[in-house]
Design a protein around this ligand. Structure first.
Ligand code: SF4
Length: 173
């Protein structure tokens, strides 16, 4: 069945999403160095706000979730709840070695090893911690995914690539 043409208001919302993504940051157990790199992005040297990228406190206003650190068992359900509060289409950036595999904390008794064990990750920012330019590159990659998804009528077309979402309580047991 052919997709109905988008209304003017929908096109306006999509245009604003691409031009000015809003980000929310969740520290799921980081050593705080990743968070300081995000703060560096907001400072005058990098100043990501000049590109329309805003950091917002409420996940309900966000398009992109940046998760810093490995995920402690206590934070897993909270991370999942924050992710659920973000409206679609939403994208997740896992910061640094911790986000990908828990980095130096891998295998410790109190953590889940990967952010992807709790929420689906779209982009990984490499480093320990990732530099501000790496963070900006991750945000731009999310925007490219967003543009692709908008052109294909939503995120569903690449859902098979993101894998199955596993519930935190099933992981910790
Ligand atoms: S990736 Fe490195 S800098 Fe970031 S939270 Fe983990 S240990 Fe800290």
């Amino acid at each position: 069945m052919a997709t109905p043409p988008e209304s003017f208001s929908q096109r306006l919302v999509n245009w604003a999403r691409v031009k000015s993504p809003w980000i929310t940051v969740f520290n799921s157990g980081a050593c705080n160095a990743c968070d300081i790199e995000i703060i560096a992005c907001l400072m005058p040297r990098f100043d990501i706000e000049r590109f329309g990228i805003l950091v917002k406190a409420s996940p309900r206003h966000a398009d992109i979730l940046i998760v810093t650190g490995h995920v402690t068992l206590k934070q897993a359900s909270r991370l999942r709840r924050v992710w659920e509060q973000i409206p679609e289409p939403k994208y997740v950036i896992a910061m640094g070695a911790c986000g990908a595999s828990a980095g130096a904390f891998h295998g410790l008794y109190h953590i889940m090893n990967r952010v992807e064990d709790v929420v689906p990750v779209d982009v990984y920012a490499a480093g320990c911690p990732p530099r501000p330019d790496e963070i900006m590159n991750a945000v731009l990659t999310c925007l490219n995914l967003l543009k692709e998804d908008l052109a294909n009528g939503g995120k569903e077309w690449r859902q098979n690539k993101t894998g199955t979402i596993m519930e935190p309580d099933k992981q910790s047991g």
